[in-house]
Ligand binder design. Structure first.
Ligand code: HEC
Length: 108
């Protein structure tokens, strides 16, 4: 019986990092499939009138994605896209884009 509980707690701890930190590998794959045409795989936008997502706070990105889903932030294309992915996929994508570092060069 003691081993049974030990087994349960090990499984629980094993799954814990996944609960805390969204899966950036999954996020990169989903970004390549669903977002890259406009925002780029790394989050540097490829299209006009499309914001860069690289280096942006993942919580901010998730908030926007939820707002597109609910209609609080209105944009036809982003609403359809945000509704087509699961919450877990969106968390992963937000984590992936947020993890990409950007550097600035001084403009002349
Ligand atoms: C067809 C092009 C297109 C695709 C594909 C696309 N987006 Fe967007 N995205 C846009 C445009 C255009 C905007 C600006 C919308 C606005 O004005 O609110 C935007 C805005 C956003 C914003 C808000 C950024 C900010 O600075 O507030 C987030 C977050 C976002 N997209 C995430 C995603 C994610 C994640 C995916 C893939 C699951 C994705 N987008 C796919 C075109 C696209």
């Amino acid at each position: 019986m003691r081993f049974f509980f030990l087994g349960i707690s090990i499984c629980f701890l094993w799954s814990f990092p996944g609960l805390i930190k969204a899966d950036t590998d999954l996020g990169k794959r989903r970004a390549a499939q669903a977002c890259a045409a406009c925002h780029g795989v790394q989050g540097i936008s490829m299209a006009p009138r499309t914001p860069h997502l690289a280096g942006q706070d993942p919580d901010y990105l998730m908030e926007q994605l939820r707002n597109y889903r609910s209609g609080k932030r209105a944009h036809e294309v982003m609403a359809v896209i945000a509704r087509s992915l699961s919450e877990q996929d969106l968390e992963a994508v937000a984590s992936w884009y947020g993890s990409n570092r950007i550097t600035l060069e001084k403009a002349d």
